[in-house]
Design a protein around this ligand. Structure first.
Ligand code: SF4
Length: 313
């Protein structure tokens, strides 16, 4: 439990100061994900791993006799390792195909305009290059016009499945059940359909584009992909009522959906023990509905940005 609390504290801090020089390949610089355009690293201690921005922080990593140690201010906490990402995540190739989005969610820093001429071949080339290190593939996209994002995701999944025999997860912005079928038929093995919050006031404030009928979409996704193969981001600490949150986690689990609890840097206001408490409640809920919290792709496989019920707690 001590280590889980440390992970929660690191997530809430969001950054670590590096007093060392890492070899090439350990620093991530991709624009998507909860750390935005920051340079990031993956720290590992015990069974926990955490992705942190590199910058000013009370937490710092120091090198001593060929080992790395995590300090909080002047207090030495423990030895840590660094994990080398493949593309965006350890052991995974996770791509964002369309690097712009027509929506303006306050937790996302993709630009709001861009081109649709994405070269899928470029991403397949990257997969080929690191094939030996890749255990799973995941793919998402900003939301363009006329369903271009789902078209791109489908093309990528179809081709990636031929390229490498590993599970492929998709994180699309879907509004129709047919889009779920299209991605499943293309060969996707898991899907994330974000609801972000059960609290409509939070959605209205943070990401109004997500005020849609996600319940029927998630139910359909479970029918198509299977129980435990559907996930959704649930943002925590944005002022949502605890009762609404816990009831929502229960509804998701009863549908066969595993929530990915996400603390949003700069927006969430939640203490580390409170973050752990939510994850512990989710663990109880998943157990009650007989859901195995592990997934093969995306964030519940990577386990670096969130407290993952069934793994960290
Ligand atoms: S947990 Fe998700 S968002 Fe974070 S690095 Fe891993 S795949 Fe990316």
């Amino acid at each position: 439990m001590y280590d889980a609390l440390l992970k929660a504290r690191l997530i809430c801090a969001g950054a670590v100061t590096l007093e060392i020089k890492l070899p090439p390949g350990y620093v991530c610089r991709d624009p998507a994900g909860p750390h935005g355009a920051q340079r990031t690293v993956f720290l590992e201690f015990g069974k926990h791993r955490v992705k942190l921005g590199i910058g000013k922080s009370a937490f710092r990593v120091v090198g001593e006799n060929g080992k790395f140690f995590l300090f909080e201010e002047d207090k030495k906490l423990m030895a840590v390792n660094f994990l080398k990402p493949v593309y965006h995540a350890p052991e995974m190739a996770f791509f964002n195909l369309l690097p712009w989005c027509k929506y303006r969610c306050s937790f996302c820093n993709l630009p709001h305009e861009g081109q649709n001429d994405v070269r899928i071949e470029k991403y397949l080339g990257l997969v080929r290059k690191r094939a030996e290190d890749i255990r799973s593939i995941a793919v998402t996209s900003g939301v363009g016009g006329d369903g271009v994002d789902v078209i791109l995701l489908r093309e990528f999944v179809e081709k990636a499945r031929k390229e490498l025999a590993v599970p492929v997860g998709v994180e699309p912005f879907v509004t129709r059940k047919e889009e779920i079928d299209i991605l499943h038929n293309a060969g996707a093995t898991e899907i994330k359909i974000n609801i972000h919050s059960f609290d409509r006031k939070v959605l209205q404030r943070v990401c109004p584009a997500f005020l849609r009928d996600t319940r029927s979409l998630l139910e359909h996704a479970v029918k198509v992909f299977g129980e435990g193969r559907v996930t959704t981001n649930v943002l925590v600490g944005l002022g949502e009522g605890e009762e609404i949150l816990f009831q929502g986690l229960e509804t998701l689990a009863s549908t066969g959906v595993i929530a990915n609890l996400r603390f949003v840097h700069g927006l969430s206001s939640l203490s580390p023990p409170a973050l752990l408490r939510i994850a512990e409640e989710q663990k109880r809920v998943l157990k009650r509905f007989g859901l195995n919290p592990g997934m093969e792709t995306m964030c519940l496989r990577c386990r670096s940005c969130d407290i993952v019920a069934g793994w960290d707690v």
